[in-house]
Structure formats: structure tokens, C-alpha cells
Design a protein around this ligand. Structure first.
Ligand code: FHN
Length: 421
């Protein structure tokens, strides 16, 4: 009987669904998701003491370095050319609407003034400046949304239970997930409470325990609940390469468009109804790599942005800033080109919903408007529409009987606006 009354009350909506252990995003959170979805373009920043080695952010692991040697890089981290405002203005001019900065990567180095570890940018470097705080302020001033990357795995801490990476750093392992979990909670509280404009958290490293003989319990839902209790509108995403976990607010895909698996990270990743984001590097590395000048062209990056939007996804485009505090010139050039394009064609990207893929390219949508992005070399296209067009931005023919729209004399990279009745 008691059970029946419980279900009746629940059915009438008197008991919040959270009592069933299900995450109920607040209105604020849903609004933040909607805005995030509309942004379509963000900048990912992998910056830390690893940048000094110029070998990418995995150098501690890949170089089989001992932690005492590796962390000496902190004592000479002095990015004399770092100007948060200049960075953020360059990102804003590119048309990006948010940034995601590595607050702490797998090497465990914190890019803010944390009380939880002396291994941080203020206490361990001669620079002594809270670069995360400076970037947070610059974003606030420029109206750019501020998100943070946070590594769940740690190659330095003794209490982190060893996973599949970071075996050679020479630490005296004393695995204790309770203590490590508390450390993460304390750090995340600092990030959310001391920096008021942190609107999103991007977790990474979950996969470090995917091959454990005994399944590892990261206690993600507990962590997510804690974060949402501190800041209900904070958007949480996790680069775990699996289906979304209860409590997440957006879903990300590494080096692949949602539903694709060319990079091999997403064989089991189904596409959810949450806002989507794909991340990709401008060259081949996330962190600064002195030997990697293999940058994708501006045209390739714009095409990726268009294809992401057509899948209903944001593009989080990565840059690995240099140890001297400069954004690599090749990255700045591409940002400028993307900015020029976005100023002209941004309406076909921002605030759009997913479209379709065709042999000649893709579409994006906004209400009754469809944008045709011609991505391949084509002379003419024919498209079947479900409604009659009332406006097409180029000369066209419409067959009323077959409901087909024919457009000729087109060129690669044209964007055609089609408005339906
Ligand atoms: O190991 C990290 C890597 O360094 C980088 O941060 C990327 C970004 O998506 N995520 C991890 C690899 O999956």
C-alpha cells in the first residue's frame, strides 16, 4: 500500500525525481545548455609546465621521466609574453564564444593558486601569477564563456590508484581513492567558488581505469552531485569515450564528429540528446610541440566547424600555447582567417541545429531556414524539400510536382540560404 501511495505521489509530481536518484538539471542549467549549444565554436587550451619541454602534454609519461626531474620545469616557468587580454581578444575575434583551459592535466600541475598542493603556478614558479584567474577575468570582461579541463588521473600523486598510464614517474605509491577523491572535491570547490565565471567542467582521464581487472569506481555521480550542489548551472562533460553517465550536461567526442570513429576513441560511444562537442587539434598535438608544424589549413578547420555544426555539435579547437606565453603564430593566423569567415557567415553556424549530409556537402538549420554548405567541387545540386522555398539566395529552379530545388553554377565553399514556407 505504502508503495502505491509513493508512486501516486511521484506521478502527480509532488516528489522531485531526484528522490529516485535521477539527475534533474535546474532551469538555469537548461538555459546554460541551450546557450552552449548555440555557441558552436570554442577554443581549447592545453597549457602547463609540459609546454616548456615542447614535446606535448604527455612528455612525463612518454619520456619515462622521474617526477623530481620533470617538476624542475616549474622552477623556470616564466611566460613573459603572456597577456590574458590579448589571448582572449584573439579568441573572440576568431568568433569563438568560449574557452576551455587545462586547469590541471595528467602531470598534476595546477594552473591556479590552489591551497590543496604547492605544485601550482603561483607557489612553484618564479612567475607567481594566477594565469587561470587572469584568463577568467579577461573572459568575463570580453563576454567569453569560461570552462575548465580537469584531469581525473594524476601521474604525480601517491594516493591516486595507479591506472594504465604514468607507471614510470617514480612516486611512492600509496593508493587511497578516498583521500584522492577528497583532494579533487576540494580543488573543484576552489575552482567553482573562487572563480565566479567558471561555467563548465571538462573531465578527462576516466579511461585510465577502463582495463582494470576489477571495475574501478570513480564515484562520478557523487562528484557530479557535489559540483551541481555548489553550482547547479555548471555544465559537466567527461571525455570517458563511453555513453553519457547520469549527471552530465554535455557530451564530447575526441578527434571525431559525433557518431564517427575515425580516430578510434569512440567505438562504444552512442550519441546522446545532450549538447554535443567535438574537440580537435590545429596541428597533431594538444600541448605545445616544438617539432609539430603540421597545421591544418584554415579552410580545413572551417570545413570541420561547418561539418560539426551540421551534426549539431560545437567544435572545440585546440591550441597549445608556447612556454613564453605566446600563442603560436600559425595558430593566430588560422584564428584570424576563421574570424573573417565567421563575421561573414556566422549566421549559418551560431544557433543552428543539425542538418543533413549530401555528396556535395552538408546543411545546417535555423527554424525555416536551411543553409547549404557546398564543401565539394560541384557545378549543380538538386535537393528534395519538404516545403516550398520562399527565398533562395542564388538563382534557382523549383519543380512543384517533384518538390525539388535545382541550383546551378555553384562553387565549392558557397553557402546558400534557403527559406521554406
Ligand atoms: O590524455 C589526454 C590528452 O592529453 C588530451 O588532453 C586529450 C584531449 O581530448 N584527452 C586525453 C586523451 O583522450
Amino acid at each position: 500500500m505504502r508503495k502505491r501511495i509513493f508512486w501516486l505521489v511521484a506521478f502527480l509530481g509532488i516528489i522531485p525525481f531526484s528522490m529516485f536518484g535521477q539527475y534533474m538539471p535546474t532551469d538555469d542549467n537548461l538555459q546554460a545548455r541551450k546557450e552552449f549549444e548555440g555557441f558552436r565554436f570554442g577554443i581549447f587550451l592545453h597549457w602547463g609546465i609540459y609546454s616548456e619541454y615542447g614535446q606535448g602534454e604527455w612528455y612525463l609519461n612518454n619520456g619515462k621521466l622521474k617526477q623530481e626531474e620533470y617538476q624542475k620545469a616549474a622552477s623556470c616557468f616564466y611566460p613573459i609574453r603572456f597577456h590574458a587580454k590579448e589571448w582572449v581578444r584573439a579568441f573572440k575575434d576568431s568568433g569563438a564564444k568560449y574557452i576551455t583551459l587545462t586547469s590541471r592535466h595528467h602531470d598534476g600541475f595546477s594552473m591556479w593558486r590552489t591551497k590543496e598542493s604547492p605544485y601550482n603556478i603561483v607557489d612553484a614558479t618564479p612567475f607567481q601569477r594566477d594565469v587561470l584567474g587572469e584568463l577568467a577575468d579577461a573572459c568575463e570582461e570580453e563576454g567569453i564563456r569560461f570552462h575548465l579541463y580537469y584531469s581525473l588521473l594524476d601521474w604525480m600523486r601517491e594516493d591516486y590508484p595507479l591506472g594504465s598510464t604514468g607507471h614510470d614517474t617514480g612516486r611512492n605509491l600509496q593508493p587511497n581513492y578516498d583521500s584522492y577523491f577528497q583532494f579533487m572535491k576540494n580543488q573543484l570547490r576552489e575552482l567553482l567558488c573562487d572563480y565566479k565565471n567558471v561555467e563548465g567542467l571538462w573531465f578527462d582521464g576516466y579511461w585510465d581505469h577502463s582495463h582494470d581487472a576489477k571495475p574501478f569506481d570513480w564515484r562520478m555521480t557523487e562528484l557530479y552531485n557535489y559540483i551541481h550542489s555548489l553550482k547547479p548551472r555548471c555544465l559537466i562533460g567527461n571525455n570517458h569515450h563511453i555513453a553519457t553517465i547520469e549527471g552530465e550536461d554535455f557530451q564530447m567526442f575526441e578527434r571525431d564528429l559525433p557518431g564517427e570513429n575515425t580516430a578510434g576513441f569512440s567505438p562504444n560511444q552512442t550519441v546522446s540528446q545532450l549538447p554535443l562537442e567535438m574537440c580537435q587539434t590545429m596541428n597533431g598535438n594538444w600541448g605545445y610541440h616544438v617539432g609539430d608544424l603540421n597545421y591544418k589549413s584554415s579552410r580545413e578547420l572551417i570545413t570541420l566547424l561547418v561539418r560539426a555544426a551540421s551534426k549539431g555539435s560545437n567544435l572545440l579547437l585546440n591550441i597549445g600555447p608556447q612556454p613564453n606565453g605566446e600563442i603560436p603564430a600559425a595558430a593566430l593566423d588560422r584564428l584570424k582567417d576563421i574570424g573573417v569567415w565567421m563575421r561573414q557567415h556566422g549566421e549559418s553556424i551560431y544557433g543552428t541545429t543539425r542538418g543533413e549530409e549530401y555528396p556535395w556537402g552538408v546543411t545546417t538549420r535555423k527554424g525555416d531556414v536551411t543553409y547549404l554548405h557546398i564543401l565539394k567541387d560541384t557545378d549543380a545540386i538538386t535537393l528534395t524539400l519538404d516545403k516550398k522555398p520562399i527565398f533562395v539566395s542564388v538563382p534557382f529552379q523549383y519543380d512543384n510536382r517533384r518538390h525539388t530545388l535545382k541550383i546551378q553554377n555553384i562553387q565549392q565553399f558557397d553557402i546558400i540560404r534557403v527559406e521554406l514556407k
